[in-house]
Ligand binder design. Structure first.
Ligand code: B3K
Ligand code: ZN
Length: 869
C-alpha cells in the first residue's frame, strides 16, 4: 500500500548506514512463477552504528519465507509492505553476524521492469536505483558496498545460459533437468550494480590484450537470430576500452566483460559490474536495419556504460542526490569519446553542435519548468524521476567547464587525484570538486553554485568600440530566473571563450571568467570595430542576451573560425526571423547558398547549419506561445529555403551519394545526412516533381538511413506514394521489432500537412494496430511518446484533443510501468508557457490525471509539481 501523502527525501537528511554488509551470498532458483531467493549476508556495524538499533532492510513485492541469524531461526522481526525490521540482534549488533533470508518473487508478473523480470522467455534484472529490494530484502542503498557470490539455478532446457557479475567459478548439472552456475565479483559494489541474466542466448566473443598485457574476454549476448547484428557493438566496446586507457590510463579490471541485449527495457542501458544490460536498440545494428544515428547512438551508449566501470562503479555515489557525480561525468566522457571517433576537427564540432542542440531542446525547458532542479537535487519523491537531462546533460556541461577552466591536462590531473583518493568508495559531488581544485591549486568555491542552483543563467552582453582609442569594451551581466524553491540566485562562475573577429585576424581566442554579477573588460589595440564571437564552442550552458545586429550575425555565420558559433549565428538569424513571422531575406539566402557550396566544409556541418531550430526551442524564447503560429511560421521559412535553393539542393543530392559498400563512418554518414536533407527540401519545394526520386531512393536503398529518409520525406510531405511505401516497409521488416518501432514512430510524429489537418485519428489507429504493445516500452514510446513529445503541431490542438489522448495514455501506462508513464507525464511540464486556449486545456488534462486515486508515486510527483502542489 502506498501512503496518500507523497513522501519527500532530502539531501541534507543523509545519514551514513547504521549497519553495513561485507560478504553476500545469493542462491537464486529461477522460475517465472516462483523464484526462490536465499541470501546469506555478513552484517557489520556501519558508520553511524548505535548498539541495539534494529536492522531495517528494504523489500518490495516479496513473499517472506524465513529468517535466521548465526544459523538460528530468528523471530524478532516486523514486516511492512516496504521493509523488514530485525530486532534483538546478537550482542546488540556490535559484532559481525550472519543473516540468512529466504524470500520469493514472481518475475513473470513484473511489468515494471524493475527487479527481476521475464522478457521473451528469458530472465533479466534492473536494479538501479532501487530495484534490488524487489529481488531480496537488503540494505538497498549505494553506500553499502559488498562482495557478491551468486549461484543461479534453472531448468537447463529453458535457460542454458546463466550469467551474473564478475568471474565464472563453476557450473554444475542438477537433478530433474536443472543446472547451476556460480559467479563471483571480486570488487565490492552497491546492490544497484547487481545483475543476472538467464535464458536462451548466444554470444559473439573476442579476446583482447589491455595496456598492462592482461587478456580479457569480451562477449555480446543476444537472442540467436540477432547474432549477425552485434559486430558494431563489439567494435564500439573495443574502441572504448582503448580510449579509456589512452586518455585517462584506466584499464578494464575484470577478466571478462559482457553485454546482454533485451527488448523490454525502461531506458537505454545499465552499467552492472561486468554484465551490462542493454536495450536492443543500443546493441543491434546492420546497415539494412539501422540508421546512421542508430550506429552513432550504439557507439556512444556502449562507451557510456563501459566508462561507468570507473566513473560510477569503482567510485560510486554516496546517495542518489549525487547521481550527477557518475552520470554527468560519464556523459562528458562518452561525448569526448564520440567526438574523437568523428575523425577530424570539424567532426568534433559537429558532435558538439548535436550535443548542444539536444541540451537546449530538452534541458533548457526542464530548467525553466516545474521540475527544475540543480544537477545535484536537494529533494525528490521518486528517484527514478531524477534521471533527467539536467542530471545527465547539464551535468556533463558542468564537468566540461572544469576542463575549460583547468585545461585538458589539469582535468586529467584532477581525475587522477579523484581515483587515488576515492577508489572503492561511495562519494559526493563535493569530493569530485575538491579533487579538481586540489590537483590544480585552483579555488573552485564559487563553482559549487553549479551544483546547488537550478535554472539556466542568462548573460547580458553589452559592447562598444572606441575608434579613437582603438579600444573595445565588453560588459557582461549575469542573472538567473527563480526556480521552484530558489527565488534568489548567487552568481555562477562562468567560463566564456571569446574572440574579436577582425579583418586582420589578429585577436586571439581568450577565456573570460565571469564571477561577479557584472564585469567589464577592455581590449586595447583593436584596429577596427570587431565582431564579437562569444561563448565559443558553447563553453558555458547559458543563454546569451545579446542584441547582435543581423549584419554581425551574417559575418559570423559566413566566417567565424569557431564552427559552433558559426552554426549558432545561423540559428539565431533563423530564430529571430521565424519568431517575427518573417521569411529569410536575400542576404540570408545568399549566406546559406555560399555555405552549401563551400567545398571546405563538412557535409555534416552543412546539414546542421540548414536545419532550423526545433519548435520546442522556439517556444522557450517567447511568452504566451501559440504553437500553431510557430509551426506555420517555421514551415513557411523552411519552404522558402527549399524553393529558393532548389537548384543547389538538386546538385547536393547528386554530389553526396555514397556508392559502394555501406560504411557507418562519420564522413559517409555526413554525406547521407546532407543528401537526405536535400531530398526532404526538394519535396518541401515541390512534392509533385520530386516524389518519384524519393520513391526510387526508397526502393533501391541498400541501407536503412537512405530507405528511412526517403520514406520520411514522402510521409512528412503528404505524398500519395507514401501509403504504398509504408505498407511495403511493414511487410519487409515485419520480423524486426526495432524497425517496426521506426515504422510506428514515423507515422506518430508526422506533422500535419497544414495546421488544420487532424492527425490524432491516425495515432489512435496505430494504437489499435495488432503489432502495438503497451507493455513493451520501445513500442509504447514509438507511438505515444513520439506523438506527445515529437509532434508538437499535432499534439497542441486548440480543442485539447491531444492533451486528452495524453491523459488517457498516462493513466493506461501507469499501472503497467510507472517509469514509462512518468516520462510521458512530463510532456505537459511547460503548460504555463502557452497561450489560451492551450494553457487551460493542458491544465484540465493535468487535473484529470491528478484526480486518479491510484497513481504511482512516479506519476504523482510529476503531475503534482506541474500543477504547483
Ligand atoms: N545508470 C543507468 C540508468 C538507470 C536508470 C534507473 N531508472 C544507465 C546509465 O546512465 O548509464
Ligand atoms: Zn550513465
Amino acid at each position: 500500500m502506498k501512503t496518500d501523502l507523497p513522501q519527500s527525501f532530502r539531501r541534507l537528511e543523509y545519514r551514513p548506514p547504521i549497519y553495513t554488509f561485507d560478504e553476500v551470498e545469493l542462491h537464486i532458483a529461477l522460475d517465472p512463477a516462483r523464484t526462490i531467493v536465499k541470501s546469506r549476508i555478513e552484517v557489520l556495524p556501519g558508520k553511524s552504528f548505535e548498539a541495539g538499533a534494529p536492522l531495517i532492510l528494504a523489500g518490495q513485492e516479496l513473499e517472506f519465507v524465513s529468517l535466521r541469524i548465526n544459523g538460528q531461526a530468528h523471530r524478532h522481526f516486523e514486516l511492512t509492505p516496504e521493509t523488514l525490521s530485525i530486532h534483538s540482534l546478537p550482542n546488540e549488533g556490535k559484532q559481525k553476524f550472519t543473516l540468512e533470508i529466504i524470500s520469493i518473487c514472481v518475475p513473470e508478473k513484473n511489468t515494471t521492469l524493475m527487479g527481476l523480470y521475464v522478457s521473451n522467455g528469458n530472465f533479466f534484472t534492473q536494479c538501479e536505483a532501487e530495484g534490488f529490494r524487489k529481488i531480496t530484502y537488503f540494505l538497498d542503498r549505494p553506500d553499502v558496498m559488498a562482495r557478491y557470490r551468486v549461484t543461479l539455478q534453472a531448468r537447463e532446457a529453458e535457460c542454458p545460459v546463466l550469467l551474473s557479475n564478475g568471474n565464472l567459478l563453476s557450473t554444475e548439472k542438477l537433478p530433474n533437468g536443472w543446472h547451476s552456475a556460480t559467479w563471483e565479483d571480486p570488487f565490492p559494489k552497491p546492490s544497484y550494480l547487481f545483475a543476472l541474466v538467464a535464458g536462451e542466448l548466444e554470444c559473439i566473443e573476442e579476446t583482447i590484450t589491455t595496456s598492462s598485457g592482461a587478456k580479457k574476454l569480451l562477449q555480446i549476448w543476444v537472442e540467436p537470430h540477432d547474432l549477425k547484428k552485434t559486430r558494431h557493438a563489439m567494435d564500439s566496446l573495443i574502441a572504448s576500452i582503448h580510449w579509456d586507457e589512452k586518455r585517462y590510463g584506466l584499464e578494464l579490471d575484470l577478466e571478462r566483460f559482457m553485454i546482454v541485449a533485451v527488448s523490454d527495457f525502461n531506458m537505454g542501458a545499465m552499467e552492472n559490474k561486468g554484465l551490462n544490460i542493454f536495450n536492443t536498440k543500443f546493441v543491434l545494428a546492420q546497415p539494412e536495419t539501422a540508421t546512421d544515428a542508430d550506429f552513432a547512438n550504439i557507439e556512444s551508449v556502449v562507451a557510456h556504460e563501459y566508462f561507468h566501470n570507473w566513473t560510477g562503479n569503482r567510485v560510486t555515489c554516496q546517495d542518489w542526490f549525487q547521481l550527477s557525480l557518475k552520470e554527468g561525468l560519464t556523459v562528458f566522457r562518452d561525448q569526448e569519446f564520440s567526438a574523437g571517433q568523428m575523425g577530424s576537427e570539424s567532426g568534433r564540432a559537429v558532435k558538439r553542435i548535436e550535443d548542444v542542440r539536444l541540451l537546449r531542446q530538452l534541458q533548457f525547458p526542464e530548467d525553466a519548468g516545474p521540475m527544475a532542479h540543480p544537477i545535484r537535487p536537494d529533494e525528490y519523491q521518486e528517484i527514478n524521476n531524477f534521471y533527467t537531462v539536467t542530471v545527465y546533460e547539464k551535468g556533463s556541461e558542468v564537468v566540461r567547464m572544469y576542463q575549460t577552466l583547468l585545461g585538458r591536462d589539469g582535468f586529467r590531473k584532477g581525475m587522477g587525484l579523484y581515483f587515488k583518493r576515492h577508489d572503492g568508495q561511495a562519494v559526493t559531488c563535493d569530493d569530485f570538486l575538491a579533487a579538481m581544485a586540489d590537483a590544480n591549486g585552483k579555488d573552485l568555491t564559487q563553482f559549487q553554485n553549479w551544483y546547488c542552483q537550478a535554472g539556466t543563467p542568462r548573460v547580458k552582453v553589452e559592447e562598444s568600440y572606441d575608434a579613437a582609442k582603438k579600444q573595445f569594451h565588453l560588459t557582461l551581466t549575469q542573472s538567473c530566473a527563480a526556480t521552484p524553491g530558489q527565488p534568489e540566485k548567487k552568481p555562477f562562475h562562468i567560463p566564456l571563450k571569446m574572440r574579436l573577429i577582425t579583418d586582420a585576424h589578429d585577436q586571439p581566442e581568450q577565456l573570460l571568467e565571469l564571477t561577479q554579477p557584472t564585469q567589464t573588460w577592455i581590449f586595447d589595440n583593436v584596429a577596427d570595430r570587431p565582431v564579437l564571437s562569444i561563448n565559443r564552442d558553447f563553453s558555458a550552458p547559458v543563454n546569451l542576451d545579446f542584441d547582435q545586429s543581423e549584419a554581425d550575425l551574417l559575418i559570423l555565420f559566413s566566417s567565424d573560425d569557431d564552427a559552433f558559433n558559426r552554426w549558432e549565428a545561423g540559428q539565431k538569424l533563423a530564430m529571430q526571423m521565424i519568431l517575427n513571422d518573417r521569411l529569410p531575406d536575400q542576404d540570408l539566402i545568399e549566406a546559406y547558398r555560399n555555405l552549401l557550396l563551400d567545398p571546405s566544409l563538412d557535409p555534416a556541418f552543412k546539414e546542421l547549419a540548414l536545419t532550423l531550430p526545433a519548435e520546442s526551442y522556439l517556444y522557450e524564447q517567447c511568452e504566451n506561445v501559440d504553437p500553431q503560429k510557430i509551426f506555420t511560421a517555421r514551415r513557411a521559412f523552411r519552404r522558402a529555403i527549399a524553393k529558393q535553393l532548389q537548384l543547389e539542393w538538386a546538385a547536393l543530392y547528386q554530389q553526396n551519394q555514397t556508392p559502394g559498400p555501406f560504411t557507418s563512418d562519420a564522413a559517409s554518414a555526413g554525406k547521407r545526412a546532407l543528401k537526405n536533407l536535400a531530398l526532404s527540401m526538394l519535396l518541401e519545394a515541390d512534392p509533385n516533381i520530386w516524389a518519384p526520386m524519393a520513391v526510387n531512393q526508397y526502393q533501391v536503398a541498400d541501407n536503412m538511413t537512405d530507405r528511412y529518409a526517403a520514406l520520411a520525406a514522402l510521409v512528412v510531405h503528404g505524398v500519395k506514394a507514401a501509403d504504398d511505401c509504408l505498407v511495403d516497409f511493414f511487410s519487409r521488416f515485419n520480423n524486426d521489432a526495432l524497425v517496426i518501432d521506426k515504422w510506428f514512430a514515423l507515422q506518430s510524429s508526422r506533422p500535419p500537412v497544414d495546421s488544420l489537418e487532424p492527425t490524432l485519428g491516425n495515432v489512435k489507429r496505430l494504437r489499435e494496430h495488432p503489432a502495438f504493445k503497451l507493455n513493451n516500452p520501445n513500442r509504447a514510446r514509438s507511438v505515444i511518446h513520439a506523438f506527445c513529445t515529437n509532434n508538437p503541431a499535432s499534439f497542441h490542438q486548440a480543442d485539447g484533443s491531444g492533451y486528452a489522448f495524453w491523459a488517457e495514455s498516462v493513466l493506461a501506462l501507469d499501472p503497467i510501468n510507472p517509469q514509462v508513464a512518468a516520462r510521458l507525464a512530463r510532456a505537459l511540464d511547460r503548460w504555463r508557457l502557452f497561450a489560451q486556449p492551450y494553457q487551460g486545456q493542458m491544465k484540465a488534462a493535468l487535473a484529470q490525471v491528478a484526480a486518479c486515486q491510484t497513481l504511482s508515486p512516479d506519476v504523482r510527483e510529476v503531475i503534482g509539481k506541474a500543477l504547483g502542489n
